[in-house]
Structures are given as structure tokens and as C-alpha cells.
Design a protein around this ligand. Sequence first.
Ligand SMILES: NC(=O)c1ccc[n+]([C@@H]2O[C@H](COP(=O)([O-])OP(=O)(O)OC[C@H]3O[C@@H](n4cnc5c(N)ncnc54)[C@H](OP(=O)(O)O)[C@@H]3O)[C@@H](O)[C@H]2O)c1
Length: 247
Amino acid sequence: MISSLVPASPEALDDAALHRLYAYPAVDRPYVRFNFIAAADGAATSGGLSAGLGNDGDKRIFTVLRRLADVVLVGAGTVRTEGYAGSLVDDDARSWRAEHGLAPHPAVAVISGSLDLDPSGGFFSSAPVRPLVLTSAGAPAARRAALARVADVVDCGMDTAEPSAVLAELGRRGLLRVLCEGGPAVLGGFTRADAVDELCLSISPLLAGGDGPRIAVGDSPEGAVALTLASLLLEDSALYTLYRRAS
Ligand SMILES: NC(=O)c1ccc[n+]([C@@H]2O[C@H](COP(=O)([O-])OP(=O)(O)OC[C@H]3O[C@@H](n4cnc5c(N)ncnc54)[C@H](OP(=O)(O)O)[C@@H]3O)[C@@H](O)[C@H]2O)c1
């Protein structure tokens, strides 16, 4: 049972309440929501994967967030380690999305500089929609040509995919409700570019130890980005925060 501590409510939250809570604001530009899970000690992985940190409440919220998004955006590292393949939403979600004016399946986009992604791998071969690969002009030509057969490959910068150009491309495609599922390098880059609107962070009641990454890595931004707490949910001992960039 998920309950809400902020705003305080004694009732369990059903899926409809979660949909209302996590509804994207009405926007006319891409609005960037990141979703992460971390252990109580700050680790973003256990045994090299985020799955080791998961729990029932996190799965429920993860599902709701995908249901609400126009596009699921991930870094190439996450695709390589977490095994993204096939449909990201189930049949119920497809129906719900269609009833609510969304495409049955969200668009799927991956950010990669090296283009070290297998064109015959499940991310592409079993994709429910043609994926979008966001890269830079310096990406290797042979890999670009191979991926262009199975995905739309778009340059979003010269040496690296710039968050502003990534978002401009998503905006051109009408993909305004952006759900970024990581990983740490992408959150670090978007933080540095001040391109994060929201962070949904699940805090798992675990001491994961080890040397897994934090949820954001890379060069520091000029100054830390201030957030405000929009909601705080609880199930068992797991916490589910929703932070928005302080205006
Ligand atoms: N706790 C969580 O919620 C969570 C969520 C997601 C992932 N993870 C974990 O995070 C780990 C992976 O970390 P990661 O930092 O490698 O993941 P990542 O951020 O998904 O991927 C990093 C890769 O994305 C590409 N990339 C990122 N920013 C780029 C830019 N501006 N321009 C061009 N390419 C860019 C690069 O790909 P190329 O190397 O192809 O150039 C880079 O190596 C895994 O262990 C995974 O399980 C945890």
C-alpha cells in the first residue's frame, strides 16, 4: 500500500491517484522528468544493475511514469547494461494511453556518442516503434550507417549530444513529456546543462555498499540546481520522492 506523506493523506493511493500525482504539467516545450532508484546509502546499482534495488512500489510508479510519457529516453550505458528490449508498456497501458490521447506506445530514444549499440540487438530488433538515436557529428560513420537501417539517427552536436539539441529534436517531433530513465552520465550531463525539470527518486531501504555510481556522474555544474519537494510517498520502508526544479 502506497500512502502519501507529502501532501499528507491517510488513504492508500490507487493507480488513478498516482496518475493524477505524476501528471505532466501543460507545456509547450519538452519537459524533462528523470526517474531513478537509489539505495539508502546513495548507490544507484546493486550487483551492477538498478534491478537489485527495486521493490513493488517502485515498479508501480515506474509503470505509471511510462504510461504518462511521450518518449522514454535513455543513455547508451543503460541500454547496454539493463537490456532494454521489446514493449516498454503493457496492453492495458496501450489502451489507457490511446483513451487519453497519447500514442499507444511511447517513442524510444537513446543517447550515444560512440554508437556502440548492436543494430541486431533487442533494443532495435524487437522495438515496438522505430527508435531514435541521438548522437553527434563525430560518431563513427560505419556504425551510423548500420544503425540508420533500424533507427532514426540524429546529430545533436559536434562532439557530444548537447541536451539543448536533444530536447529541440524531441520538441520537433512533438515529444514534450520526456521520461528519462537514466543513467547517471545522462543525468549528470542534463544537470550540467540545467535541463532537468523533475526528479522522481525512489529510495530503497537497503545498504547496497560496493562501488556502484551515484545517480548523477560527470563534470560538476557551475552551481548545484535547487529542487523543491512536490510529493513524498511511502510503502513499507521505501520512499518515493518527486522533486521539481525550484523556480
Ligand atoms: N538506479 C537507477 O535508477 C539507474 C538507472 C539507469 C541506469 N543505472 C545504472 O547505471 C549504470 C550505467 O551508467 P552510465 O552512466 O554508463 O549510463 P548512461 O548514462 O545510460 O550511459 C552513458 C552513455 O550514454 C551516452 N551519453 C551520455 N551522455 C551523452 C552525451 N551528452 N553525448 C553522447 N553520448 C552520451 C554515452 O554512450 P556511448 O558510450 O555509446 O558514447 C555514455 O557512455 C548501469 O550500471 C545501470 O544499471 C541505474
